[in-house]
Design a protein around this ligand. Structure first.
Ligand SMILES: Nc1ncnc2c1ncn2[C@@H]1O[C@H](COP(=O)(O)OP(=O)(O)O)[C@@H](O)[C@H]1O
Ligand SMILES: [Mg+2]
Length: 276
């Protein structure tokens, strides 16, 4: 008999849209799979459905999360195996406009089933702080809070942290979701001019340990245009290395966080202490 798994469930969340949740879900999922873990990435962004594009699987979507919830397909029919890594799977979102099709009971059942099949289940959250975002985080053991170093993004992340502490199963059972901060779209040029918040300030404001810093980089856009997670596209590019290290820190490896190449006249700055 195949041994049953007990996945760690992760939500990639932010409040604000356009900060890099879907990019990060694909990149981290692929990085974990590349390191040998079995991974499912799940698209909770009902109606928008972006994760299949970033994974390069949009033409292979037949069934989706809502079909599984409604019983018109079973989980193994809906899971799409990645063409590059055979231990990486995608559960796509539906393009239906009826967001109520995502029921609390249905989500619980699907997450329960996914937990038994994989080492990691990574849920890509929709933007906002409404029902969809709450359902995406509901069953998370771990939350990766994606923030850009800007006030509006940090403010929305703070709201999301409030929800993680109030609305999740873990919170209901008196346990905390294990929270990590991933700063993305970090622009080295703007960092030097003081236009962006400092990274350690963001981490301090949110009181969440830093999992990594991903630079703003054209490689992210070209990977997404090709439908390849950036960590599989060019594993040596700066954003890929940042995501690969972040995935390893998530697994408990102690890797120091180095800022993407600085343009402030001194070399990459090291952050003291344990990363996450
Ligand atoms: N590190 C990055 N460098 C450059 N562009 C990025 C980076 N991260 C995300 N993007 C771009 O930002 C846009 C929004 O990213 P996405 O992952 O869809 O955000 P979200 O899921 O939070 O709405 C996309 O066009 C994506 O290619
Ligand atoms: Mg998204």
């Amino acid at each position: 008999m195949v041994k049953q798994k007990q996945a760690k469930t992760v939500v990639v969340t932010s409040g604000k849209g356009g900060v890099g949740k879907t990019t990060s879900t694909a990149a981290l999922g692929a990085a974990l799979a590349r390191d040998g873990h079995s991974v499912a990435v799940v698209d909770f962004d009902i109606g928008l459905r972006n994760l299949d594009l970033m994974m390069g699987a949009e033409r292979r979507v037949i069934y989706d999360l809502i079909n599984v919830i409604q019983g018109s397909a079973n989980l193994s029919q809906a899971l799409i195996r990645d063409k590059r890594l055979d231990n990486l799977y995608l559960l796509p979102a539906s393009q239906t406009r009826d967001k109520n099709a995502l029921t609390e009971k249905g989500v619980a059942q699907v997450m329960n089933e996914l937990r038994k099949k994989f080492d990691w289940v990574i849920c890509d959250s929709p933007a906002g702080i409404e029902r969809g975002a709450v359902l995406a985080m509901k069953h998370a053991d771990i939350a990766i809070i994606i923030a850009n170093p800007e006030i509006s993004s940090v403010r929305d992340s703070d709201r999301i942290i409030g929800l993680l502490d109030a609305k999740t199963e873990r919170a209901k059972n008196g346990r905390e979701v294990d929270k990590h901060l991933l700063i993305t779209r970090f622009d080295t040029t703007r960092a030097g001019t003081g236009e962006m918040l400092e990274i350690d300030d963001v981490s301090d404001i949110l009181s969440v340990p830093l999992l990594g810093v991903v630079p703003e980089s054209k490689e992210v856009l070209s990977a997404s245009n090709l439908g390849v997670p950036v960590t599989l596209c060019d594993a040596n590019s700066a954003p890929a290395r940042a995501y690969i290290d972040a995935a390893r820190r998530l697994c408990g490896e102690d890797i120091p966080i180095v800022l993407p190449e600085e343009k402030r006249g001194f070399f990459a700055q090291w952050f003291g202490g344990k990363a996450a």
